[in-house]
Design a protein around this ligand. Structure first.
Ligand code: GUN
Length: 287
């Protein structure tokens, strides 16, 4: 029997825990604060940001959405980030990606205080993760949420082979690092990889984050694999679907995430959890 990994339920469980942590902070007069900066009018980004804001409000997090015009200058955007860096009521800062053309996204990420880097995108935090440094620091929310999903299966990962298809800074690269930190052998490839199938069919854990609808089909997976689909694609009828042909693959594998209802809800739940982490860590530093 294939396990369909229920991202909605796992996200609900995690959000319940986050809510309890927010309540514990509130009893000490502390409210976690999240500032989300969105520049321009990208429709997909607008939906993501609205979902993050709603969830934060439900959990008792003080959520601020700062909408800025696509015409904003780099200097003015950096000044907004600097304001939130200084604001003691804000514990997490997120600049929604992608930024409009003409803005220097790496420079903006660099300008976020690493202690408020709720996305875990700042090079200091990326370096900590890559070197598997112990201690408290944020990591990219989608891969961190996927690690929670994998842990929920109680399947030992050590020594097994993970293949990550996708090499973005948001998902593929940090995903590979976290799987390596979990003692897996890791192969990273991407949609241009020649003979992808030769790699994907060796994966005990296959994570696919390419943005290509149904790139991975039944012949591309190893029997008994765990398949994590990060895709948020549209099929020919405009319906939301993933990078994996779910119906074709599901009976061959041990576990698989659906789209929707898989990785998406866990990403938002992890962002909420990490906002509260940052708030708690700032309180600990202040002691
Ligand atoms: N755009 C798509 N996913 C993300 C994310 O996790 N963080 C940010 N900042 N932008 C995104």
């Amino acid at each position: 029997m294939t396990t369909i990994i229920d991202g909605k339920q796992l996200a609900k469980d995690q959000n319940d825990q986050t809510k309890q942590r927010v309540a514990a902070l509130a009893s000490r007069g502390i409210v976690p604060g999240l500032a989300v900066i969105i520049v321009g009018e990208d429709p997909a980004s607008a939906i993501y940001v609205r979902n993050k804001h709603r969830k934060a409000e439900q959990l008792g997090i003080n959520s601020i959405v700062r909408r800025l015009p696509a015409t904003i200058s780099q200097a003015d955007l950096l000044a907004v980030v600097a304001d939130y860096n200084q604001d003691p009521t804000i514990h997490g800062i997120l600049v929604q990606s992608p930024l409009p053309a003409g803005l220097d996204e790496p420079a903006v990420i660099n300008a976020i205080d690493p202690r408020k880097d709720v996305d875990g995108f700042h090079p200091l935090n990326v370096g900590r993760m890559y070197t598997n440094l112990p201690g408290n620091y944020p990591v990219s929310c989608t891969p961190r949420g996927i690690m929670t999903m994998l842990e929920s299966l109680h399947t030992p990962l050590r020594g097994k082979h993970a293949v990550v298809v996708g090499r973005s800074n948001i998902v593929g690269r940090p995903m590979a690092a976290l799987l390596l930190n979990a003692d897996m052998s890791v192969t990273i490839t991407h949609k241009f990889g020649s003979n992808l199938r030769a790699l994907t069919t060796t994966a005990d854990v296959l994570v696919v984050a390419t943005g290509v609808a149904h790139l991975i089909k039944e012949v591309d997976v190893k029997p008994g694999a765990i398949v994590i689909d990060v895709g948020m694609d549209r099929d020919e009828n405009g319906k939301l679907t993933g990078d994996v042909d779910f119906d074709g693959v599901k009976d061959k594998v041990a576990a698989i995430t659906p789209v929707p209802g898989g990785v998406g809800p866990m990403t938002i739940a992890t962002l909420m959890r990490q906002t509260v982490d940052l708030c708690e860590w700032s309180e600990q530093r202040a002691k």
